[in-house]
Design a protein around this ligand. Structure first.
Ligand SMILES: Nc1ncnc2c1ncn2[C@@H]1O[C@H](COP(=O)(O)OP(=O)(O)O)[C@@H](O)[C@H]1O
Ligand SMILES: [Mg+2]
Length: 298
């Protein structure tokens, strides 16, 4: 369903280039329900927006359901978004219409594409457990219920793939479990491929596979080293841990590079570091002065 190879996304602003994805590889099988985990700023949303056709890649290969998203024309992209992808965000309330009922909210995108299917709209609301609340106005529903309406809406165009960016980011644990169960159910019943982006490691045990992303690279090495990750909770992801990637960092035009926080923590580098050049290596270490002296200086 998804094939990314050497995927690069660079955001250019006035004086700086941010390399959000730096040659990312990812393969997702049709019908798979998988999670992408990673810290804030690691490029998860950037990846999802590219997969969803909301943003264009800069370089590399990205093919989803037979579409080449690097070469796709604008008019094809509209068709791609309409027929291939469903999207769920962390905070969907903004995209919902508060004074319409749950059912009317699900029917709205169907009306917009001229494919109103009332029976299917009801079916979707039943799937997300809102059979008895479908005639309630949206503003009468709780946050978790609204999130479930949003999931029903994301499925209203019968997409082949569902992309969810932090879908449980602003709900409590019980609602989060419920949402994950809904994803599992639609994955089984509709055979739909589901990619869930999260920084919540607890969700890892509820999907078929977990891929970790760090600094715009999918890196299984990260999974292995992250002390917070309970490896026992990742079933089929464990096989992938055998392979270790070399981690690359990008050095920008003025020579800045980002050192992974865990490296800095491991050698105890806080605000300052000392740097040596030995002819073919650059060595970054914790300053030789004592912490206390640093504090006095600053
Ligand atoms: N539109 C943009 N313009 C410039 N930089 C961006 C833009 N979107 C994201 N970035 C940068 O790209 C990196 C990855 O961001 P993002 O994909 O949102 O990470 P995540 O979703 O994992 O928190 C961050 O350094 C972020 O600041
Ligand atoms: Mg994000």
């Amino acid at each position: 369903m998804i094939h990314c190879e050497g995927l690069v996304k660079i955001f250019k602003t006035e004086d700086l280039e941010v390399v959000a994805l730096q040659g990312l590889n990812l393969n997702v099988q049709q019908g798979e329900m998988m999670a992408i985990i990673g810290n804030s700023g690691s490029g998860k949303s950037t990846l999802l927006n590219i997969l969803g056709g909301l943003d264009r890649p800069s370089a590399g290969q990205v093919n989803v359901g037979g579409w080449d998203l690097l070469k796709i024309r604008d008019d094809q992209l509209v068709e791609y978004k309409r027929n291939t992808v469903g999207f769920v965000w962390q905070n969907n309330a903004r995209n919902l219409l508060p004074y319409l009922s749950a059912l009317e909210n699900v029917e709205m995108p169907m009306l917009l594409t001229g494919k109103l299917d009332r029976a299917y709209a009801r079916q979707l609301l039943e799937w997300v457990g809102l059979k008895d609340r479908m005639h309630n106005k949206l503003h009468q529903l709780s946050g978790g219920e609204q999130q479930r309406v949003a999931i029903a809406i994301s499925l209203s165009n019968r997409p082949k793939m569902l992309l969810a960016d932090e879908p449980t980011g602003s709900v409590d644990t019980a609602t989060s479990d419920q949402i994950m169960n809904i994803f599992r159910q639609v994955n089984r019943e509709l055979g739909i491929t589901i990619v869930i982006v999260t920084h919540d490691l607890a969700l890892a045990g509820k999907v078929d596979r977990v891929v970790a992303i760090r600094d715009g690279l999918t890196s299984t090495e990260f999974v292995k080293r992250n002390p917070n990750l309970d490896l026992a909770s990742i079933d089929s992801g464990v096989g992938a841990l055998q392979e270790v990637h070399e981690a690359f960092v990008v050095v920008d035009r003025v020579g800045r590079l980002q050192v992974p926080k865990e490296y800095l923590d491991a050698v105890g580098i806080g605000g300052r570091a000392s740097m040596e050049f030995d002819g073919d290596k650059i060595i970054i270490t914790a300053p030789k002065t004592l912490e206390g002296e640093n504090n006095n200086e600053s």
